[in-house]
Design a protein around this ligand. Sequence first.
Ligand code: MF3
Ligand code: CO
Ligand code: CO
Length: 248
Amino acid sequence: MTIKSEREIKLMKEAGHINYLAHKEMEKFIKPGVTTFELDKKIHDFIVSHDAYPSCLGYEGFPASACICINDEVVHGIPSKTRKLKNGDIVKLDFTVRKAGYESDMTRTYLVGEVDARVKEMVVDTEKALYEGIKQVRPGARIGDVSYAIMSYAHSHGLSVVEELVGHGIGTNMHEEPDVPNYGEKNTGLVLKEGMVLAIEPMLNLGKRNVVMLDNDWTVVTEDGSPSAHFEHTVAVTRDGYEILTGE
Ligand code: MF3
Ligand code: CO
Ligand code: CO
């Protein structure tokens, strides 16, 4: 994996900030009746208007600017003109922003209208699990420390951890070394160093951890149909800890 210079991290933070602002902007469009195609267009136009590129578009043939997943869809949902949000849904917006050659990756799970209390709790706990993982990041810590923190938070809050999909390094490419699993053991794996940048992204399910791929060869859903939540930030390892690059 690569070590980024201060200059490179500054560029990644510019990409990450646009990603954060696009997520903030989307809050006002999340309501019953809107199609996932319309949400994708808003994301596309917001990013392009900030002189940046929504780099999911065309990535290995992906046909849209954002992965948009509802309820039991875990990752890589394809925006659709016939798919409308409805009251009680949860919707995940996962997209990358490339600016000046550098990538950022961020996901949030949004509530649509009145959501069942247990599902809402899962969403809150998945975001907390992400922050438990992020808090581990500092030079000398290991990938397994991040993985273990996420896993133990998930399990102690009654959630299962998707194992087939993992976080990743990020830089000039959206996906770089190393893998950042959301399950694992403390004190194992790669030792973190200042200048590494990771996309940390727990995907936690209310039911069983198992997932299956749909016929479109992109979208992954829970096997038991239970809802799944997903949060992601792009995080740099700094001299004394971490910095979230997909923030304010
Ligand atoms: N943003 C996803 C991730 O978290 C990757 C999406 S790739 C795409 O790693 F092609 F589906 F857009
Ligand atoms: Co992502
Ligand atoms: Co990612």
